[in-house]
Design a protein around this ligand. Structure first.
Ligand code: G6P
Length: 744
């Protein structure tokens, strides 16, 4: 209010001064106008007076009744304005005059004032209007009447008029001022609310939050300007930073000093399992965990996840908390306990039999059951409770991971409206037709749109999501800025390709030559034997069967490789209680056996299936020992195996064969890109890889390594946090502008 008053005053003072100046300047004009009107009136009046005297005076002059002429003239001057009269004969001699007629005025004035037009004369008693009129009879003029009118009443009226004008203009000024203040106040509020809505990119139409009418034409330009500036700064910031754990920590200190970081995922980074040797710690085979764990070490926050290990409860405190990593604790793992029923419905059912096949177009039908959905909703609520219990502030940064928690962003938003919620969807997002199969598509979209930022690996998945929103809910989508305004809240939908932590220079790796020899010894083949490698969870989306068929076709097309090339498939058992996964394992085993039976010889098997959990060191040793790594997913968000392989090859050897349907193929252009559905092409590519000269391998690998080193997982997290910081600043600014606009 005060702000709008201050603004109005800046405009009002000059306005008032201008009004007063106009009033003062107009007074002389009004005076002279008035005077002219009065003189004209008096001229008319004089003519009337003369006409009324014509007859009686003619008679009285004829009868020489001077006393009666005198009485007649004196009586006429009783009128307050008619000050004096004189009667002159045709020769200009005075016949008769009233007592008030000044001696200084003679009949000669006739020449100055002729019929119908008088003149003004200053006299000691004030201005006089002098006019004359000839008195006529049928035989011509017989005398002239000289009339003096008192003009002092004009002066009196003029003063009154002046007063009225001043009063009128002052009153007018005050009314204009009051109206201006009222209009300015309302416009200011509307304008501020409009600018706020515009800054937020809010497209929801609400009174007082719409950019005002006058601002409307500017809105697209202002938004484009803001966006350009932001994008420029964003890119500059992201490029200028050399991303490392330290850089990420610095970013957190600078942009979010003191703010809490909470990560939520289904899979936990450390699983305690009971075994014959006592309690053991396992690292899960999960791209999500691979990526988020180094970020968490750098952020030192709290990671909330499902406690799924057989010895998890006894390894945590009563609240399910423990400090991890076990060797060098740097953050808190908070385990959430789920009943068997909950795990069955939420994890196996809705997440892995519903959403997983729905989002991966890999020809496995999604199954949607009502009871699974109910458990999914209940478990999302349970995790929202856990977030609420873990946070100490009302505006934490909450990083929500993956398709297990589509409802969580909105649940957290409801309880912590000021939280910065970054949700990352680690798997693909299908087109609207495919997503439309899901009976709870609206609830899922609604849930995700509670996020401040919603991230996917690729722009393609972002666009699929935006189109899905467009198809199924009432929201305002800005494709240019990639934002969705829904329920009064804005979500930025952006691509953040995930990556890995580049291995430390100090990593104590076994030299490549040594590890090549060791692994080959274990397989019973000589040092010159070529090795292909696949590292996956045993999942039908990974294209493992297609990969094996490709090896088979290679042997058919190029028999020279039989006995000289083997393929090792490391496959971590996954979601094995589900039918689809059991069938898939069966299919993989049968295919491998078939190929082994067909091409194997005594002491040598072309396919080595290692269906068991492998620790990090063992996987890394295989990466370093192989000649070709095959990532042939039928559909994959990113696939970090491709990047891990590249990172492990400090000898700059080895060839990566990569599916065009894995997000990584959008980044790793020096890989040999294949269509896993086209076995002929894959076999030809495998042959090319096995025959690739060392120099070409080195060139390709060097480029791939440079790319992955630069665009590492700290950059992935850093870019999201930079965007979140920007949104946070923007929201705080909008609130500040709003508060000031409303109260100060
Ligand atoms: C994919 C998902 C992750 C999941 C991982 C392992 O990478 O995006 O969320 O953790 O698979 O699957 P699991 O069901 O064993 O956690």
């Amino acid at each position: 209010m005060i702000r709008s008053l201050r603004l109005s005053l800046r405009f009002l003072l000059p306005l008032l001064l201008a009004i007063l100046a106009v009033a003062y300047l107009s007074i002389p004009l009004v005076d002279s106008l008035q005077q002219r009107w009065f003189v004209r009136d008096l001229d008319i009046r004089s003519t009337l007076v003369a006409r009324s005297f014509e007859e009686p005076l003619g008679d009285l002059l004829e009868s020489k009744s001077h006393a009666r002429i005198d009485a007649l003239l004196e009586r006429a001057t009783v009128d307050e304005r008619l000050y004096a009269l004189a009667l002159c004969d045709a020769n200009g001699r005075l016949i008769q005059k009233t007592r008030s007629f000044p001696a200084s005025i003679e009949c000669s004035v006739r020449r100055l004032a002729r019929d119908g037009a008088g003149y003004l004369l200053e006299s000691p008693r004030g201005p006089l209007h002098v006019s004359t009129a000839d008195l006529k009879r049928s035989d011509g003029a017989f005398a002239t009447l000289v009339m003096l009118h008192d003009m002092s009443f004009v002066q009196r009226r003029s003063e009154d008029t002046r007063k009225y004008i001043l009063l009128l203009f002052t009153g007018l000024g005050v009314v204009v001022a009051l109206i201006t203040i009222a209009v300015a106040h309302v416009s200011w509020r509307g304008w501020i609310a409009g600018v706020r809505a515009m800054l937020r990119g809010d497209g929801v139409i609400r009174p007082f939050s719409q950019p005002s009418f006058e601002l409307q034409p500017l809105v697209p330009d202002l938004r484009a300007l803001l966006r350009d500036l932001e994008n420029e700064r964003r890119e500059e910031n992201a490029i200028a930073i050399k991303w490392s754990p330290q850089a990420l920590r610095r970013l957190l200190d600078e942009q979010f000093s003191g703010d809490e970081v909470i990560v939520v995922s289904n899979r936990e980074p450390y699983i305690h399992v009971r075994s014959d040797q006592g309690i053991q710690i396992q690292r899960p085979a999960s791209g999500l965990v691979t990526a988020v764990e180094p970020v968490m070490r750098a952020c030192a926050g709290t990671w909330i996840a499902h406690g799924s290990g057989s010895a998890d409860r006894e390894s945590a405190d009563a609240a399910g908390r423990l400090r991890v990593p076990p060797a060098n604790p740097s953050y808190t793992l908070r385990r959430v306990w789920l009943s068997e029923e909950e795990e069955q419905g939420y994890y196996y059912g809705l997440a892995n039999e519903g959403l997983w096949p729905l989002c991966h177009i890999a020809h496995v039908r999604p199954t949607f059951r009502m009871q699974d959905w109910n458990q999914y909703v209940a478990v999302n609520r349970k995790f929202a409770d856990a977030v609420f219990k873990e946070v100490h502030s009302d505006d934490p940064i909450v990083l929500i991971q993956d398709y297990h928690f589509a409802l969580l962003p909105q649940l957290v938003r409801k309880r912590l409206p000021r939280a910065t919620i970054i949700t990352f969807w680690h798997i693909p997002w299908p087109n609207p037709e495919s997503f439309g199969i899901c009976p709870w598509r609206r609830e899922i979209i609604d849930g995700l749109l509670g996020s401040t930022i919603l991230g996917f690996h690729t722009r393609y998945h972002c666009n699929n999501f935006l189109q899905t929103v467009d198809r199924f809910v009432e929201a305002r989508i800005e494709y240019e800025s990639s934002t969705v305004s829904f329920g009064g809240h804005l979500t930025l939908v952006e691509a953040y390709p995930i990556s890995i932590a580049w291995p430390d220079a100090a990593t104590n790796d076994e030299p490549v030559e040594a590890v090549r020899a060791r692994i080959r010894r274990g397989l019973g083949v000589d040092d010159a034997h070529l090795l292909g490698l696949g590292v996956d969870r045993l999942d039908y989306t990974k294209g493992i069967v297609e990969r094996l068929r490709c090896v088979e076709r290679l042997f058919e097309l190029h028999p020279k490789w039989v006995g000289r090339f083997s393929f090792v498939q490391i496959a971590a058992p996954s979601r094995s209680s589900l039918d689809d996964y059991q069938h898939f394992e069966q299919q993989v085993r049968v295919t491998a056996d078939e190929i082994n039976n067909r091409f194997g010889r005594s002491g040598w098997l072309p396919i080595r299936l290692l269906i068991e959990h492998h620790d990090e060191a063992s996987v890394r040793a295989h990466y370093r020992a192989c000649d070709v790594c095959m990532v042939t997913s039928l559909h994959d968000g990113m696939n970090l195996v491709a990047k891990e392989f590249v990172a492990a090859r400090d000898d700059e050897r080895g060839v990566l064969i990569l599916s065009q349907f894995a997000g990584a193929s959008r980044e790793l252009h020096e890989a040999l890109i294949v269509n896993p559905y086209f076995i002929e092409e894959m076999a030809a590519t495998l042959h090319r890889a096995l025959s690739m000269p060392e120099e070409e391998q080195r060139e390709r690998m060097a480029n791939l390594r440079e790319f992955v080193r630069e665009l590492n997982v700290y950059r992935w997290a850093g870019r999201m946090l930079l965007d979140a910081a920007r949104v946070r600043r923007r929201e705080r600014f909008a609130v500040r502008v709003g508060e000031n606009g409303g109260t100060s």
